[in-house]
Design a protein around this ligand. Structure first.
Ligand SMILES: Cc1ncc(COP(=O)(O)O)c(C=O)c1O
Length: 368
């Protein structure tokens, strides 16, 4: 009966595949979870600011009452941090919620959304759930890594196009889009969503365009550089009109009290953020240089806290390599589920220096 009642367009949508957890791997391979290192979901290996953890303790006494549904204090703090007016910011249960709100605002049956592949799979799922049509424009692979195909995107914009997704830095390829390229897309009559989940690691942002283009939405998160993935806080920045519409359709109370307080504390601790970014970039550069020395693989330059590796010339699939790494207590991400990538791509998140070195040692051994 359920199969008969369910909306037909939902049936072909696969569930989201997250990176494996330490507990899963510990159980599967009989390992001590404490000794496992997770480099699979681009989290912050240094954890959140200590002041955020303290704020969680304090806020826990307030959980008998509903949270502030519009997260006033958090939005005020974000406004100061970003230099953007409060009425141009909305918070959500992870940036995933802002992606969902965007799709629900703009996509109807028959509408098209442009997605550059490979990228974060949630965009495609949301469009399909909304009965829209994803139009895929592959990234171009150049000598120095992946690049957005801006001409391809522009060529595919037509009267059915309502939304263009740009992920910058892109997950899993790590490349950026330039301001010049984005402006060409923004000149068209479509919403452009720029997902800046990893922006802190690249040192640049397209937020400066927000007051120039009313069709621009930028999403950001506390899950990566701020180390609060488990609390689920993200935010969107757009013109006041879009933010007002988002509030109209948003389910209330999705960002809980503890998460709001922790995010405020995390925002205020600039030193922790700075240390996280600097250490991660140092680790990324070191890992990139060392991986580049392995003849049988190709590592792509990245502006984020992860690196994408092509392992085809090792003669092993990324799945096989990931499995060998699992057995040694290291969790990485086999990218075969990313549309546009084959079974020979592995993504590794940047961990602490110690974790990076452990990964490097085992990975080198497996590739030889
Ligand atoms: C590109 C990108 N956007 C959004 C998200 C979701 O982030 P959040 O935890 O804020 O929902 C992720 C998570 O991995 C991501 O990689």
């Amino acid at each position: 009966m359920i199969e008969k009642l369910i909306r037909p367009n939902i049936k072909g949508i696969p569930p989201y595949v997250p990176g494996k957890s330490k507990e899963e791997i510990a159980q599967e391979f009989g390992l001590d979870p404490e000794k496992i290192i997770k480099l699979a979901s681009n989290e912050n290996p240094f954890g959140p600011s200590k002041t955020a953890i303290d704020a969680i303790g304090t806020a826990s006494s307030k959980i008998a009452v509903y949270p502030d549904s519009v997260a006033r204090d958090l939005i005020a703090e974000l406004s100061k941090y970003l230099g953007i007016k409060k009425e141009q910011i909305i918070t959500g249960n992870g940036s995933d919620e802002i992606l969902d709100l965007t799709v629900r605002l703009f996509i109807n049956e028959g509408n098209e959304a442009i997605i550059s592949t490979p990228t974060f799979s949630v965009y495609e799922s949301l469009i399909k759930i909304a009965s829209g049509t994803p139009v895929f424009v592959p990234l171009k692979l150049k000598k120095h890594g992946f690049k957005y195909d801006t001409h391809g995107i522009l060529d595919n914009i037509n009267e059915k196009t309502k939304l263009v997704f740009i992920c910058s830095p892109n997950n899993p390829t790590g490349n950026l889009i330039s301001e010049e390229e984005v402006k060409k897309i923004l000149e068209r009559e479509t919403i452009v969503l720029i997902d800046e989940a990893y922006t802190e690691f690249c040192g640049s942002s397209l937020i400066g365009l927000i007051n120039e283009y009313e069709n621009l939405i930028i999403t950001r998160t506390f899950s990566k550089a701020f180390g609060l993935a488990g609390l689920r806080v993200g935010y969107g920045i757009a013109c006041k009109k879009i933010i007002d519409y988002m509030f109209r359709i948003k389910v209330p109370f999705t960002v809980n009290t503890v998460a709001q307080k922790a995010a405020i504390a995390a925002l205020k601790d600039r030193q922790h953020l700075k240390t996280t970014i600097e250490t991660t970039k140092k680790g990324r550069d070191h890992l990139f240089v060392e991986l580049s020395k392995i003849d049988s693989i190709k590592v792509y330059p990245s502006n984020a806290n992860f690196l994408l590796i092509n392992v085809k010339n090792t003669g092993k699939t990324a799945g096989k390599i990931a499995e060998r790494l699992f057995k040694n207590g290291i969790i990485t991400r086999d990218c075969k589920n990313f549309r546009g990538l084959d079974e020979y791509h592995l993504r590794v998140s940047i961990g602490t220096m110690e974790e990076n070195l452990k990964f490097l040692k085992e990975f080198r051994h497996i590739c030889q």
